[in-house]
Ligand binder design. Structure first.
Ligand SMILES: Cc1cc2nc3c(=O)[nH]c(=O)nc-3n(C[C@H](O)[C@H](O)[C@H](O)COP(=O)(O)O)c2cc1C
Length: 210
């Protein structure tokens, strides 16, 4: 394997948040995309994508994602709704949902439902108040465990930790061995800038035997 002996060292604390953001999103990739539905206390549903996202445990199943504070110091509707209601639904994003998902990332006010804006179909959830989007083949109803802020002000993280209360998996997507058919899911990943990737070049590498 190649080794490197020359590095450019960028001290995060001496740089603007947006410059650190550029390094992060062009190095930590591809990032899975959580398409998150929430609902405000006033009852307005919301949908938005988040690629600072991952699964972090299985007993109980747990996910995290981070709606970051905006450049003007205000918080995103998703975060405000989760603070108010304490529940959310994480959906996966197949390739054929990408344009609709992207439309929901528009900066619109809390009075606007991105379900209507981008043409997603709301269906009732079983355990939580936010509706689900029927277009996504895997949906996870989550209750908030904790919001962990990292820093404060513009571009700071607000890590939402969720416990998954139930998985909804579309008919035909769950294989007999208990895994979801990832080839059929055909999810997209987020890269830097306006870049995305697919998961169509999968390779296999069994874990070491001991
Ligand atoms: C693919 C994709 C991934 C995104 N990931 C994040 C993210 O991880 N954190 C974040 O704060 N914003 C992220 N955004 C931007 C939010 O989706 C956007 O600010 C959205 O308007 C927030 O909606 P809300 O105000 O209704 O919550 C992402 C946008 C796209 C298109």
């Amino acid at each position: 394997m190649q080794t490197f002996d020359q590095f450019e060292t960028l001290v995060a604390g001496e740089r603007e948040g947006r410059d650190n953001f550029k390094i992060l999103v062009s190095s930590v990739l591809p990032r899975p995309v959580a398409f998150v539905s929430t609902i405000s206390a006033a009852g307005v549903p919301n949908l938005a994508p988040f690629s600072f996202f991952n699964a972090v445990g299985s007993n109980p199943p747990a996910v995290i994602f981070s709606p970051c504070t905006m450049r003007d110091g205000t918080d995103k509707d998703t975060l405000n709704n989760i603070r108010e209601v304490g529940e959310f639904v994480v959906h996966v994003v197949p390739h054929n949902m990408k344009e609709g998902m992207n439309e929901t990332a528009a900066a619109v006010g809390p009075e606007v439902s991105e379900f209507d804006l981008a043409g997603f179909t709301p269906i009732k959830s079983q355990f939580v108040k936010p509706p689900r989007a029927a277009e996504s083949p895997v949906q996870m109803e989550c209750k908030l465990v904790q919001i962990v802020p990292v820093g404060e002000g513009p571009l700071s993280a607000n890590i939402c930790i969720g416990e998954v209360l139930c998985f909804h998996i579309a008919e035909g997507y769950l294989l007999e061995n208990g895994v979801v058919d990832s080839a059929k899911l055909d999810l997209v990943g987020r890269l830097d800038g306006s870049g995305y990737s697919t998961i169509r070049d999968r390779f296999e590498m069994p874990a070491p035997k001991r």
